[in-house]
Design a protein around this ligand. Structure first.
Ligand SMILES: Cc1cc2nc3c(=O)[nH]c(=O)nc-3n(C[C@H](O)[C@H](O)[C@H](O)COP(=O)(O)OP(=O)(O)OC[C@H]3O[C@@H](n4cnc5c(N)ncnc54)[C@H](O)[C@@H]3O)c2cc1C
Length: 179
């Protein structure tokens, strides 16, 4: 996941947006997302890992000494979000706050309010229903001589060049094989 100046992006967000494209459109792109910054789901395990960190760095401030392999600025943002003072040391965290920190790191919540600022959306879905065309030639079943290719078709490819590939391949089929 990429954190930009205006919000979340990167492959994880593009894939999630693609998978949920119709649901997100129905919500008018206003929804909550939950982020697990550590991937690990087992909170008991993470709690134990933090006990080890406390043993390792009792006198270090939590703000400066990361407990997990996260980018430093993200770690510091999350520590502030968790309401942990910048001068708090690991041995002062206590069990209750440790549990809260694990909860935040695994079930962090954000409000999403729209798509990109400049309408540069990567993810689109919908288009000409594939049932209405002959997939061998890409000719419309209802309007003879009308061929469809690329983004106009209801094909959602995952991110990573597959949309270009779909556009080129269907363009080739419609142009060469369909004609
Ligand atoms: C910001 C962004 C980033 C992307 N990055 C990637 C990526 O990294 N990898 C990937 O695989 N895919 C990517 N995509 C998707 C990819 O660009 C499209 O799937 C692909 O360009 C579709 O090609 P196309 O020729 O079908 O449609 P388009 O590229 O949309 O071409 C349609 C053309 O038709 C023209 N047109 C529209 N209406 C008319 C009209 N009435 N008369 C005449 N001309 C008209 C338009 O001006 C346009 O030039 C990205 C998309 C966006 C928006």
């Amino acid at each position: 996941m990429l954190i930009t100046h205006w919000g979340f992006s990167g492959p994880a967000v593009l894939v999630a947006s693609s998978r949920g494209a119709r649901n997100l459109a129905a919500l008018n792109y206003q929804f909550e997302i939950e982020v697990n910054w550590l991937q690990e789901q087992n909170t008991a395990l993470l709690f134990d890992e933090l006990q080890e960190v406390i043993k390792l760095y009792p006198q270090k401030t939590i703000y400066k000494q990361k407990g997990f392999k996260l980018p430093q600025r993200l770690w510091q943002f999350l520590i502030e979000k968790a309401g942990i003072p910048k001068d708090k040391r690991w041995n002062e965290l206590g069990k209750k706050k440790t549990r809260q920190l694990v909860e935040l790191l695994t079930h962090d919540s954000y409000s999403i309010s729209g798509k990109t600022t400049f309408k540069e959306e990567f993810v689109t879905c919908g288009g000409v229903d594939l049932k209405s065309i002959n997939l061998k030639t890409l000719q419309s079943k209802t309007a003879k001589g009308l061929y469809f290719a690329g983004e106009v078709l209801d094909i959602d490819a995952v991110t990573g060049g597959y949309n270009f590939q779909a556009a080129w391949s269907t363009g080739f089929i419609a142009g060469k094989l369909g004609a």
